[in-house]
Design a protein around this ligand. Structure first.
Ligand code: GLN
Length: 205
């Protein structure tokens, strides 16, 4: 059997490709040995094992989600138990509560997010993070006009905080949200972790 670069079962992973940095996720996943689909129509979701909502401009992606009929199919995908990961703008779209988003996103995670919380574009920064579930050295993370996660409500929980306690990653079952951009460094550990968080298939007797 073929395996991906780290021995994981090769998966078919979708990256929502309405706007934002979907290509960087695609390149990372392909380097890992997975099959990647750029998703532009809701019907394309059916064939996927997992889905990434990339960074970009959350108001633009939210507008395109609504105008392309993606909102309910994305909610259904989140409910299906397959892994879904929102990075930066994607995290904003997964959040149940967001300040300053002029229309609804996907709203499936019990987290409260504040957009552009670290200042303007020039205030983008990098940090070494300890992420729950990742072994090895700290994870170098790139923050670009990043949101912060103000609060997590069960069953969501924080899985990574900055030194000052600011939450920058959260998990809720098969759903993952990160404020930062893990696709912009060569480190694939978070993508590997993401692909393991799906709920086991329900076996009917
Ligand atoms: N500031 C952007 C927004 O609120 C997110 C930035 C990003 O995805 N890098 O949509």
């Amino acid at each position: 059997m073929t395996t991906s670069s780290n021995g994981q079962r090769p998966m078919t992973v979708g990256v929502l490709a309405l706007q934002g940095d979907f290509r960087e996720h695609r390149e990372m996943l392909e380097r890992m040995g997975h099959t990647v689909r750029e998703i532009r129509k809701p019907a394309q979701l059916d064939a996927l094992d997992a889905l990434i909502i990339p960074g970009g401009e959350s108001t633009t992606i939210a507008r395109l989600i609504l105008s392309n009929g993606f909102q309910q199919p994305l909610r259904d995908f989140c409910a299906s138990g397959r892994p879904v990961w929102g990075t930066c703008a994607g995290a904003i779209l997964l959040a149940g509560q967001v300040d300053n988003l002029d229309r609804p996103g996907i709203e499936t995670m019990n987290i409260q997010v504040r957009r552009n919380a670290f200042g303007r574009q020039v205030d983008s920064f990098e940090a070494d993070l300890n992420v729950e579930g990742l072994s090895g050295p700290p994870f170098r993370a790139v923050f670009i006009r990043a949101p912060l996660i103000e609060r997590v409500f069960p069953p969501a929980r924080a899985i990574c905080v900055l030194e000052d306690g600011t939450i920058v990653a959260a998990r809720q079952g098969n759903l993952l949200a990160t404020s930062f951009h893990p696709e912009l460094t060569g480190d694939s550990r978070l993508h590997e972790l993401f692909l393991t968080i799906g709920a086991p298939a329900v076996v009917t007797p």
